[in-house]
Design a protein around this ligand. Structure first.
Ligand code: DLL
Length: 432
């Protein structure tokens, strides 16, 4: 049930003491070993010795993706390259990737965190886990790989793509745990349905999905469609990769492994810290990273933190499922819209497939939102009346939830693009 009960269920005061000691240590280290941080401290006139309590965290400067880009490729590293045993990189949509490094101790901690996450998601020594996240510079494949090996599960390092082969292996090797993006999980299920594979031919029991936002309704759809229990795993390269936080079987928020990270929620506009329970941008400070310690990293992900006790017994703070990113948030006629809100509406109503695309355009000075949704095959062969009703229902529901009118276009099953990794749900033509 737990991978590391001592750390995961540590009483609050003890956890706070561990955090403070580690925080002081990391602050000293970045000040001495990372020129970027030293000059940041000097700019604001801060000495490492001024960090004496966990509340002093807010005195520390933020770090952004741009800071990593400006110090491309290795200048944010706090150790010499000879101590770095692995690098990964996140593929930004523009320009150079963000490069991250790991010492041997970092890899050891990362495997520990992934072993905890995988255990949260139902992986045990006897599991057969199919890792369909990409292996390579992306942190997904290798992150899961080392965590699953730490547990001692049987690892199938298949990486992403080649869907038919994935299914052949899933069936022949008796995969019990599937790890991939939620959008790819749906695509796998849809492909096995089309190939006529019977669910009884598969041994799947659990899924651990992340790397992109997915709604609660999408979880239900995945659980139903794949016949498994599905949990959400969160992480980002700059902080470590997958394994920053993971849902337990209570499926009520993701535990952030607080002995390794300190999370905060801030107002993305003012940068001010917000109390538990308030929605804002997630900011993370790493406590144990050697190669790339990061202070107050602005993730751009929108979430809420809660300290309420969890049924599973873990004491670590929980974050709500990520709603979206501040930079994915669409502002349409002044209204903030996240793709995940549209996803919830579509899946709640039914008669559709979990495949949709938001297209935003500007006609004159007016923003227009078109939501394209695939209808289910049954619905597609239904009468035109049924389709019109469905379209109207979705339109009304979006209007009442978002407060803006959207054009709804029902499209044929299988007509929208599928993805083997992170899926693109938005085309914003206003920016082109
Ligand atoms: O996506 C690490 C990862 C791999 C996480 C596999 C989970 C599973 P990056 O490529 O650096 O790292 O992208 C990080 O992806 O800031 C979020 O915007 C998004 N993201 C990651 N996990 C989730 C999630 C990996 N569970 C960025 N829900 C993050 C929503 C997520 N968004």
């Amino acid at each position: 049930m737990y991978w590391n009960q001592h750390c995961e269920c540590m009483p609050q005061e003890q956890l706070a003491a561990v955090q403070l000691e580690r925080l002081k240590n990391i602050v000293e280290r970045v000040y001495h070993d990372v020129p970027f941080y030293r000059s940041k401290f000097q700019e604001i006139g801060l000495e490492p010795a001024e960090i004496n309590t966990l509340d002093d965290l807010t005195k520390l400067p933020f770090t952004t993706k741009q800071d990593l880009r400006d110090n491309y490729p290795f200048r944010m590293f706090a150790t010499s390259l000879s101590d770095i045993v692995r690098v990964h990189a996140s593929s930004g949509t523009t320009g150079k990737p963000t490069v991250v490094g790991y010492t041997r101790s970092d890899l050891n901690n990362w495997s520990e965190l992934m072993a905890r996450s995988l255990t949260c998601g139902g992986t045990i020594k006897n599991s057969v886990i199919q890792i369909a996240y990409g292996y390579g510079l992306f942190t997904g494949g290798f992150g899961f790989h080392y965590g699953a090996e730490r547990i001692g599960s049987t690892v199938i390092p298949i990486s992403g793509g080649n869907t038919r082969r994935q299914l052949m292996i899933m069936k022949d090797f008796g995969t019990t745990v599937l790890a991939c993006t939620p959008s790819y999980a749906i695509h796998l299920a849809e492909t096995w349905e089309n190939l006529g594979i019977e669910r009884s031919e598969l041994k799947l029991q659990h899924g651990i999905f992340g790397a992109e936002p997915w709604s609660e309704e999408m979880r239900q759809e995945i659980e139903k469609r794949l016949g498994i229990s599905a949990v959400d795993i969160y992480g980002l390269s700059e902080v470590i990769g997958p394994g920053v936080a993971c849902e337990c079987q209570a499926k009520n928020g993701l535990h952030i492994f607080e002995d390794h990270f300190i999370p905060e929620i801030i107002d993305p506009v003012t940068g001010e810290s917000l109390p538990y329970g308030e929605e804002g941008e997630l900011v993370i400070t790493t406590l144990t990273k050697e190669a790339l310690p990061i202070l107050r990293y602005r993730t751009r992900d929108i979430s809420i933190l809660t300290k309420e006790p969890c049924a599973c017994g873990r004491t670590h703070v929980r974050m709500h499922k990520v709603m979206g990113r501040t930079d994915d948030m669409l502002v349409i006629r002044g209204v903030n819209v996240f793709p995940s809100q549209v996803e919830s509406v579509i899946l709640e109503i039914g008669g559709t497939e979990p495949h949709y695309l938001l297209i935003v355009d500007r006609k004159g000075s007016m923003d227009e939102l078109e939501v394209q949704v695939e209808v289910s095959p049954e619905m597609f062969s239904d009468q035109v009346r049924g389709l019109e009703d469905l379209e109207r229902k979705i339109r009304h529901r979006l209007q009442s939830l978002l407060g803006i009118s959207a054009k709804v276009k029902l499209v044929e099953p299988h007509s929208l693009p599928r993805s083997e990794g992170k899926i693109q749900r938005v085309i914003d033509r206003r920016k082109i």
